[in-house]
Design a protein around this ligand. Structure first.
Ligand code: ZN
Ligand code: ZN
Length: 358
C-alpha cells in the first residue's frame, strides 16, 4: 500500500526533474509512511525513503513507519541537510502548502547554496484525493458513529437546553462509541445564531419555534466524519420552513447530479443556481463542499472556483446553506463517495424536515 502511494511521489520526482522530496505535512506523512505522531519529516529519494524524527517518537516510528530507514535527530534541519548531502542532486521539492515562511527560511539557511528548494503545493494537492477501500472503511465507520450518536442525543434537543450542552453530549457520546477525537469544534447554532455559518456552540438556550443547525464529526483511524442536520424545535414560521425546503432540494439535486468526470464547478452550480432562482443566492456565501479524509477539510474543494473534475473514489461533502441575518439559517450536509455511476452516502442521519417535540 505505502509502496503504491510512494509511486505518486516518484512520478512527481521524474516529472519535475527533482532529486528528492521533503514532506513536512503530518497528514501526507501519515498517508505516505504510516507515522501517526506529531513531529517528523519524510525524505523521499528515487531509490529510498527516509523518515526522520526526534527521540520522543523514535521507538514508535521504528515499529510504525514504512520507510527504508528511520533516523533519530537532535537538530531537525541539520539532519535534513546531512541526509540531502549524501543524496547528491540539488533540486529538492517540498510540500509548500504546509511549510511556514519561517521554516522555509530556516531550511534554506541550513541547506546553503548547494540546494534549490522547489515548492510543490499544486502538484501534491491531489495526492490523497482518491480513497482506497481501507480509507473508505474508516470514513464509513466514522460516519456511522455520527448517526448513532445523533440518535442517542436527539431526546436532549428541546427548548431550554443550551447549545453547549448539546455539543458536549454529542462529543461524549461519540467518544463513548469509539470516536478518537472531535473532527472540529462542533457547530450548534439555534434561532438567529443559525445565520452564522460557523456558529460554534454557545450558552444560548433553545426556544420553541427555532431551527437548530448542528454540524459535527469524529475520527476513526485518522479519518473524519462531517455531517450537518438542521432540526426544528416545535412549530417554526413559514419563512424558516421555506428556507429549509430550498436547502434540502438544493442538497438532494446536487447529490443526484454527482458523476465521475463532471466538472466540480458544475456540481456547485446545481445547488447554487437553484438557491439563486429562489431568491436566496446572496445568503449562500460558501462553497458547496470539500474533500474529507485524514483532514476534515481537504482536496478537492467543491466550489465555483474549482477547475478539477470529480473522480471515482473521491470523498466529498455536499452542504448547501442559507443564512439570513436576524432570522436564522439552515445547512444540510452529507459526506459521500463518488462511485462509478453516481455516489454512495457515507453519512446517514435522515435529512428530511424533522420537528422535535418541546
Ligand atoms: Zn460540517
Ligand atoms: Zn463540511
Amino acid at each position: 500500500m505505502f509502496e503504491q502511494r510512494n509511486h505518486l511521489i516518484w512520478d512527481i520526482l521524474t516529472d519535475e526533474m527533482l532529486d528528492a522530496v521533503l514532506i513536512f505535512g503530518l497528514p501526507n506523512i501519515r498517508y505516505l509512511c504510516g507515522f501517526t505522531g506529531t513531529d517528523g519529516v519524510l525524505l523521499i529519494k528515487p531509490n529510498e525513503a527516509v523518515f526522520l524524527t526526534d527521540s520522543r517518537y523514535f521507538d514508535q516510528a521504528k515499529n510504525q513507519v514504512k520507510a527504508d530507514r528511520v533516523i533519530c535527530y537532535n537538530n531537525k534541519l541539520k539532519a535534513i541537510a546531512d541526509e540531502l548531502t549524501v543524496c547528491c542532486g540539488r533540486q529538492i521539492g517540498f510540500d509548500a502548502a504546509v511549510v511556514s515562511v519561517a521554516l522555509f527560511e530556516e531550511l534554506s539557511e541550513a541547506l546553503g547554496d548547494s540546494f534549490h528548494l522547489c515548492g510543490l503545493s499544486r502538484k501534491l494537492l491531489p495526492l490523497r484525493g482518491v480513497k482506497s477501500l481501507d480509507e473508505l472503511a474508516a470514513l464509513k465507520a466514522a460516519a456511522k458513529l455520527n448517526c448513532q450518536a445523533f440518535e442517542r442525543v436527539v431526546p436532549l434537543i428541546r427548548a431550554g437546553v443550551t447549545e453547549r450542552e448539546i455539543a458536549l453530549e454529542l462529543e461524549y457520546t461519540l467518544k463513548r462509541l469509539g470516536g478518537e477525537a472531535n473532527a472540529f469544534d462542533f457547530i450548534v447554532a439555534s434561532g438567529v445564531r443559525g445565520a452564522l455559518p460557523h456558529g460554534v456552540a454557545s450558552d444560548k438556550r433553545l426556544f420553541d419555534g427555532e431551527l437548530v443547525t448542528i454540524d459535527f464529526g469524529t475520527r476513526i483511524d485518522g479519518y473524519h466524519s462531517d455531517e450537518t442536520v438542521t432540526v426544528a424545535i416545535g412549530e417554526v414560521d413559514r419563512k424558516l420552513r421555506q428556507i429549509f425546503d430550498i436547502v434540502l432540494e438544493a442538497h438532494d439535486s446536487a447529490l443526484e447530479t454527482i458523476q465521475p468526470g463532471m466538472a466540480i464547478c458544475d456540481l456547485d452550480a446545481v445547488a447554487r443556481d437553484f438557491i439563486v432562482s429562489k431568491g436566496f443566492g446572496e445568503y449562500f456565501g460558501h462553497g458547496l463542499g470539500h474533500g474529507v479524509g485524514l483532514e476534515v477539510h481537504e482536496y478537492p474543494a467543491v466550489s465555483s472556483r474549482s477547475d478539477q473534475n470529480l473522480v471515482e473514489g473521491m470523498v466529498i461533502t455536499i452542504e448547501p446553506g442559507i443564512y439570513v441575518p436576524e432570522l436564522g439559517g439552515v445547512r444540510i450536509e452529507d459526506t459521500v463517495v463518488v462511485t462509478e455511476d453516481g455516489f454512495e452516502a457515507l453519512t446517514s442521519i435522515p435529512k428530511q424536515f424533522r420537528q422535535l417535540s418541546l
